[in-house]
Design a protein around this ligand. Structure first.
Ligand code: ATP
Ligand code: MG
Length: 364
């Protein structure tokens, strides 16, 4: 059992607050992904957890014990970074076994563990090669093997796949996910790539400017983003935002009343956010123009199995999923929103939780 608690963790450099009052508990066996834009404090958080960086204040508690003053080796977390640092003169076998040899583990156990780790990572055939004779993806697998072989309390990874091409990345993501399922080692993985986060995570912790914005399952951060920052950061194509007012309980979107919308517009709603799939685009002639927002199709973009319509709404770009075959460049279409799926945010940009009563009313 390893439970890691970060409690009010803070890191100040001379003139920057890199991490600001960050609190989070990693459950035993959890795969947590730390996600956010460049410079938001992900690596600093990971490095403080590992013990490679002192915190300005706050506690790091592992299984009930405060470990702030413990050296990285004593914390027993294994780390993998973007830059693979293997010993070039040693074989893969020697590289993987190096932490065990340093710990004085007997040679029979070492052999067993190296073989098992190599099998999990599918690098058994490479054990007698040197790093210079391996591809980038193979080197990264060896680095992961070297971290895993110790059977550490937790696994900390900082953008380990970001230098690899897309195909290799996808392959290694799957392998890492499978490996983590098998071993059950608590894992903290840093990335700025939301798709990588979605694929890997049990929970995603989203940071911005040093602060934690939301910690939740991939589905919840996608469906119920805690604030506009998360809404905007997660999802590709991005969310579409519309100004909201409530006129006598009737929803007005960009000044256009929508009597079919939820009768109880959440109090204080200032904007509505719709994912590309949260509206049907229908020919404008079929919709009453005074009850629907209309857009003009600028571009039809096919991305594999999904086609997006990139549209102009009042000089702004909005993107929706094409339903059936409706929509060619230059067409004028009306937006028919799924009001159960959209989200409302208040003036500060925080999500307004809708009660089930409001949801019931919205389906009437
Ligand atoms: N040694 C340092 N001295 C001063 N400022 C630093 C130092 N290390 C990091 N910072 C600053 O702290 C902030 C957070 O940096 P951090 O490396 O944690 O970001 P990150 O989220 O990992 O970004 P990236 O995705 O680019 O790796 C940044 O503003 C960075 O400039
Ligand atoms: Mg970083």
């Amino acid at each position: 059992m390893t439970q890691t608690e970060l409690d009010d963790l803070r890191k100040e450099y001379e003139d920057v607050v890199a991490v600001n009052d960050f609190s989070l508990t990693l459950a035993d066996g959890e795969f947590l992904v730390l996600l956010g834009p460049s410079g938001c404090g992900k690596s600093t958080t990971l490095r403080m957890t590992a013990g490679l960086e002192d915190s300005t204040s706050g506690d790091i508690v592992v299984d009930g014990e405060r470990v702030n003053d413990r050296a990285p080796a004593e914390r027993d977390f294994a780390m993998v970074f973007q830059e693979v640092a293997l010993y070039p003169h040693m074989t893969v076998r020697k590289n993987i076994s190096s932490p065990l040899r340093a710990a004085g583990v007997d040679s029979g156990t070492i052999e067993d563990r190296v073989e098992r780790t190599a099998r999990m990572l599918d690098i058994e055939g490479l054990l007698d090669r040197k790093p210079g004779e391996l591809s980038g993806g193979q080197q990264q697998r060896v680095a992961i093997g070297r971290a895993l072989v110790r059977e550490p309390r937790a696994f900390l990874l900082d953008e380990p796949f970001s230098k690899l091409d897309q195909k290799l990345r996808t392959g290694l993501q799957k392998e890492l996910k499978r490996l983590q399922d098998q071993t059950g080692v608590t894992t903290m993985f840093v990335t700025h790539d939301q798709e990588e986060a979605m694929v890997l995570a049990d929970r995603i912790a989203i940071m911005n400017e040093g602060r934690l914005q939301q910690v939740d399952t991939p589905e919840t951060v996608y469906r119920k983003p805690a604030n506009r920052f998360v809404a905007d950061f997660i999802g590709n194509p991005v969310m579409n935002f519309f100004d909201v007012t409530a006129d006598d309980g009737t929803l007005c979107l960009e000044g256009v009343p929508h009597p079919d919308a939820p009768s109880a517009v959440p109090n204080g709603a200032a904007s509505m956010a719709a994912r590309p799939e949260d509206a049907d685009l229908v020919p404008a002639v079929d919709a009453s123009a005074d009850r629907h927002l209309t857009v003009e199709v600028d571009l039809v973009e096919m991305r594999g199995s999904t086609t997006y319509l990139i549209c102009d709404f009042d000089g702004r770009e909005v993107t929706f999923t094409q339903s059936s075959d409706i929509g060619a460049e230059g067409d004028r279409l009306a937006l028919d929103f799924d009001f159960d799926a959209v989200n409302f945010f208040d003036e500060r940009g925080d999500l307004i939780e809708r009660t089930s009563e409001q949801n019931v009313q919205s389906t009437r």
